[in-house]
Design a protein. Sequence first.
Length: 218
Amino acid sequence: MLKTLAGRWSGGVGWSTQSTPNPESGPAELYGVACPTAESCTAVGKQGSGLASKTLAQRWDGSSWSSSSTTNPAGLSIGLEDVSCTSSNACTAVGNHLNSSLVQTGLIERWNGSTWSPQSIALPSGSKSTYLHDVSCITSSACTAVGRYGLEGGDEATLVESWGGGEWAVQTSPSPEGYELPRFTGVACTSPSACTAVGWARKESEGVETSGLVARYE
């Protein structure tokens, strides 16, 4: 059964594993982590398996890891994929779930130092589904999340969403011509107007080819 795992680098001492909390029954997995200081880290993932999975968050206070209660929307197969923190009291996590209509939908949750709260994802025009894979926050009220969204007929397009302290908004993002299923899987920002997103796209020819995808927002 899968259990959470954390490791700590201590310079010349090297890497060492850390004890992390786990539910009494069922698997638990961690996918993303952010540490705004050496004494403050937040890790996110999911607990449970298959359609019954729920969001999972754990926090490091400089001496031990502890569970952090998260919220879960109505739906199935709920989990968080990445988190970005600008302080111990300001984190944004992104992930995905099947909503009550069984449509894949992006998930955003915000930590304010005491509770996790859901935020509404912006839906691109014509989208049939949305997926969020990564997030980068450069201030407590400036974040960029990336992923992909589904189109009519089964194709997909890249997805970029920005948050300035109010509502999330969709940004126009490139999808390379001649390629299928483009998506952004990672993003890093140095300011609200300077971000780089990376991912990949697929091209059908004699065989299935994939190509790296990099985009810059300025």
